[in-house]
Write a protein that binds this ligand. Structure first.
Ligand code: NDP
Length: 391
């Protein structure tokens, strides 16, 4: 029986994780579940999976959550705030941690899981973009196995040689659906609404990652994530547009072989892989019908219409704290776009201006990372207020 803690249980990845676990209750038991503020869903999940610990990160909702258990024979222990998340990530009873909180808010708990030597199923890509070197070295020091949940990185993981030895590979090819605006002209980008940006053609995801997919910053974050996870250089990674999202990524070898991972676009596939690794379990997703799919298409990304992708390359070139700044500025810009304070096309302007303003330094400690993250957030907010005043 593997024991699992799910950070971000009420989100899209969290819900899919519980869906897979429910199919294999003889193999997995849920020890901790966390939410930010969705206490209704967390309550339902607790009643069904009976974890020992429930964490409501937003303290204001904690009392209301506990009141829901009045009259029940079962009540989980309750924790809140970042300390509660770190506890859920590092409890002695837990074998595997699903890191599925969105954004920088997930970093401290993911680091706590690595420090505690847990088997980490990593969906929270922002943690790697913000502090990849620190997270990877902490995981190595503490024998913490990192299993990628992002479908592309999970695909690469499955196509790499045993032991993830990237010395003998030619290159990694990350596929990108291109998002909902793949065929829109630049002139049409100005008036894109949050609703349109969140309507991804292939994947059903949380709002932040959906907007990232629409700007293609998601692929930029994934480029950085791949460099950190697999210890490869940017030049060893190619990004290819593949609108059907059937091939999730590929690894090319010097002998001309290319290995691809293929599946229907459903997060339960990488989640089931990571939960059962090194074994295999059913995910609830059908095996592909190749004849029904018919044709697969591939093309090059367009950096003029999707400048966020280019900014991610720039940040990776600058290295050090630039990717921390890129991530923070993107989180502020996406949030402002979702709140209709800025236009879709302003997102890249905010990130570009922030990357240019903040000095890049060597990051080897969490304090430095958090300081850069804060500086970038403050600058991005003031840039939006002072320079993008259309609303
Ligand atoms: P969602 O927005 O659907 O869910 C996010 C989860 O994090 C929710 O449980 C949310 O709680 C919680 N959360 C949000 N803010 C905080 C906070 N400040 N403190 C503590 N918890 C918080 O996101 P997704 O599931 O879509 O994505 C999660 C992560 O996985 C992201 O990093 C994303 O990039 C990555 N990912 C997602 C994929 C997908 O298909 N969705 C695919 C690949 C990667 P609440 O419900 O209360 O808001």
């Amino acid at each position: 029986m593997k024991t699992v803690s799910i950070l971000g249980a009420t989100g899209s990845v969290g819900v899919s994780t519980l869906d897979v676990i429910e199919r294999h209750v003889d193999q997995f038991s849920v020890v901790a579940l966390t939410t930010n503020q969705n206490i209704d869903l967390l309550y339902d999940q607790c009643i069904k999976f009976r974890p020992k610990l429930a964490v409501v990160a937003n303290v204001e909702h904690a009392d209301k959550f506990i009141a829901k258990f009045k009259g029940e024979s079962y009540m989980p222990e309750l924790a809140s705030g970042q300390d509660g998340l770190k506890l859920a990530a590092s409890m002695a009873e837990v074998d595997c941690v699903m890191a599925a909180i969105v954004g920088a808010a997930g970093l401290p708990a993911t680091l706590a899981a690595a420090a505690a030597g847990k088997h980490i199923m990593l969906a929270n890509k922002e943690a790697l973009v913000m502090s990849g070197d620190l997270l990877m070295s902490l995981a190595k020091q503490n024998n913490s196995q990192l299993l990628p949940i992002d479908s592309e990185h999970n695909a690469v993981f499955q196509c790499l040689p045993v032991g993830n030895d990237t010395c003998e590979i030619e290159k990694i090819i990350l596929t990108a659906s291109g998002g909902p605006f793949l065929t829109k002209t630049l002139a049409e980008f100005e008036n894109i609404t949050p609703e349109e940006a969140c309507a991804h053609p292939n994947w059903d995801m949380g709002k932040k990652i959906s907007v990232d997919s629409a700007t293609m910053m998601n692929k930029g974050l994934e480029l950085i994530e791949a460099c950190k996870l697999f210890n490869v250089n940017v030049k060893d990674i190619e990004i290819v547009i593949h609108p059907q999202s059937i091939i999730h990524s590929l690894v090319a070898y010097p002998d001309g072989s290319m290995l691809a991972h293929m599946a229907y676009p459903d997060m339960r596939v990488p989640i089931a892989h990571a939960l059962a690794w090194p074994k295999r379990i059913s995910s609830g997703v059908d095996v592909l019908s190749l004849t029904e799919i018919g044709a697969l298409e591939f093309s090059k990304p367009d950096y003029d219409r999707f400048p966020c992708l280019k900014l991610a390359y720039d940040a990776m070139d600058a290295q050090q704290s630039a990717t921390t700044v890129l991530n923070a500025a993107n989180e502020i810009a996406v949030d402002s776009f979702l709140k209709e304070k800025i236009r879709f096309t302003d997102i890249s302007l905010v990130i570009d201006a922030t990357l240019q303003d903040i000095e890049h330094v060597v990051v080897d400690e969490l304090d430095v990372i958090l300081e850069k993250d804060q500086q970038a957030r403050i600058f991005a907010c003031s840039f939006i207020r002072d320079s993008l005043t259309r609303h």
